[in-house]
Write a new protein. Structure first.
Length: 119
C-alpha cells in the first residue's frame, strides 16, 4: 500500500486560455481504465479482499481508515490517495462516511504525478 496526497499545494497553476486554477495531476494510462465514484455511508466498509488489478482510491470527501495485509489501519481523509497493487489484500472503512473516486487499470503509476504522503 502506498499513500499519496494531491492537495492544491502539490499542483501547478494553469493560466492558458485566460484560465486561473490549480491542477493536481493524479494518474495517466495508455491502457483501459475503470473509473467510478464510491459512496460509503456512516459505518460503511469495503470488505477485505484482493485487488484484481492495480487500484487507486482518491478520497474527495470525508475520512476513514485503510489497511493492507498484516498492516495496522491508517487514517485517510479528503485530499489523500491510496494505491494498492494487483493481488494486494486491502480494506477501507469509515465511521462518519466518505466519498472516493476509484481508478482501476493494469497500468497505474501514481508516483509519476503525486508526492507520497508522510504518515
Amino acid at each position: 500500500m502506498e499513500l499519496y496526497h494531491f492537495s492544491k499545494d502539490s499542483g501547478k497553476k494553469i493560466t492558458q486560455f485566460n484560465s486561473d486554477f490549480t491542477m493536481s495531476r493524479i494518474v495517466q494510462t495508455d491502457k483501459p481504465a475503470h473509473i467510478g465514484c464510491m459512496h460509503l455511508e456512516e459505518n460503511g466498509v469495503v470488505g477485505y479482499h484482493q485487488a484484481v488489478v492495480p487500484q487507486l482510491l482518491i478520497i474527495i470527501k470525508g475520512e476513514g481508515d485503510v489497511r493492507s495485509k498484516d498492516e495496522e489501519y491508517i487514517k485517510v481523509q479528503a485530499g489523500d490517495a491510496v494505491f494498492w497493487g494487483k493481488g494486494e489484500w486491502h480494506e477501507t472503512k469509515t465511521a462518519s462516511g466518505l466519498t472516493a473516486i476509484v481508478i482501476e487499470s493494469d497500468e497505474l503509476k501514481p508516483s509519476l504525478f503525486m508526492r507520497k504522503k508522510l504518515n
